[in-house]
Design a protein around this ligand. Structure first.
Ligand code: ATP
Ligand code: MG
Length: 330
């Protein structure tokens, strides 16, 4: 068998969990039990569930840091059993919690770790480091020679992502990558990652225990319950609209209706035409605001509608409370 056949190809790959079981030695019950799900190439799948539900275990089986005790995982149609574990790990970007940057290495050297192992020459490595730091908004001239302690938490997370992307892996595994950030920085890094993903389209498995994060980041969300069993696997919208059972409903929370409103933007609504002149003072929001924000503003201001502005800031129409309510129930 040639060297190349041990590797997975560089384009985004579908990942299939096929009746995967993991029982750790000396364990009475499995950590992951009969897990079957497919992550389409180029999508983000969020694994969501309470502590101990097997999320990290499921993730680590993909790059064989944990070996399945039953079933199979296929990447791009190839069983991970047929792939060399070392090669496999090099072709998968892995972002662990707290980023796991090497404290004694500069930011540039941290990112160059995998290219170095792969034997890239200096020029190629240097160019790649500069390109990636640019991609995550940390220009190499300013940040490349710093050490991890000389960055903010959010910047470290971005370096962690850049490092995972270094060898352009088709698959990325991210274990609560933004877990340690304050809510504002976290939202910012989430937005950045989504924008980045639009451009690079990797297949991503993303572990979270935060429902809002899962709904925001996931094309699909897999909810695991204790014992590592899959409770539901669906789009965020479908999940929030129709929880499969009591466990999922409780996990999503009583405000899941509001969460659904956060998936729809005012510009997605059929707006009623704005009156030519202001009839009373309605609050104003841009079209990209979510229905959740619109509802919140209407409640805060005691209004029954919001005026919606377009790209240039001109009013393009009005969204009523009723329209928001209907869209939320759709
Ligand atoms: N190396 C190990 N040996 C034995 N049992 C383990 C090992 N790693 C994890 N487990 C057990 O497997 C189960 C699942 O653990 P896992 O770390 O996958 O959960 P998790 O969903 O990632 O939880 P958290 O949200 O707390 O990170 C737990 O009961 C845990 O105690
Ligand atoms: Mg975990």
């Amino acid at each position: 068998m040639s060297q190349e056949s041990h590797k997975i190809s560089n384009s985004a790959q579908e990942i299939v969990f096929d009746h995967v079981v993991k029982t750790y030695p000396n364990s009475a019950s499995p950590a992951v039990d009969d897990l079957s799900l497919t992550v389409p190439a180029g999508e983000i799948c969020v694994l969501l569930g309470p502590s101990g539900s097997g999320k990290t275990t499921a993730l680590m089986m993909v790059n064989r840091l944990a070996e399945p005790t039953g079933g199979d995982i296929r990447i791009g149609g190839r069983s991970i059993r047929d792939l060399d574990p070392i090669q496999l790990r090099r072709s998968i970007g892995y972002v662990i919690q707290q980023t796991g940057l090497f404290p004694h290495l500069s930011i540039a050297a941290n990112i160059a770790t995998v290219p170095k192992v792969l034997g890239w020459d200096r020029k190629r490595t240097k160019d790649r480091v500069a390109e990636l730091l640019d991609l995550v908004g940390l220009p190499v001239g300013e940040y490349g020679s710093r050490y991890p302690t000389q960055l903010s938490g959010g910047q470290r997370q971005r370096v962690g992502i850049a490092r995972a992307l270094a060898a352009d892996p088709p698959v990325m595994l991210m274990d609560e990558p933004f877990g340690a950030l304050d809510p504002i920085t976290r939202e910012h890094v989430q937005d950045e990652f989504l924008a980045l993903h639009e451009r690079i389209r990797k297949t991503v498995i993303f572990v979270s225990h935060d429902i809002d994060e899962a709904v925001k980041m996931g094309d699909r969300v897999a909810i695991l319950r204790e014992g590592g069993r899959l409770a539901q696997y669906d789009s965020p919208r479908a999940l929030l609209k129709k929880p499969a059972d009591e466990f999922v409903a409780r996990f999503l929370g009583a405000d899941r209706g509001l969460k659904r409103l956060s998936l729809v933007r005012l510009s997605d609504l059929e707006l009623t035409r704005a009156p030519d002149t202001g009839t009373g003072e309605l609050p104003v929001l841009p079209g990209e605001a979510t229905l959740r924000s619109a509802l919140s503003l209407m409640v805060a201001e005691g209004a029954d509608a919001v005026r919606v502005t377009g790209d240039g800031g001109a009013v393009i129409g009005t969204a009523s409370m009723d329209a928001v309510r209907k869209a939320g129930a759709a």
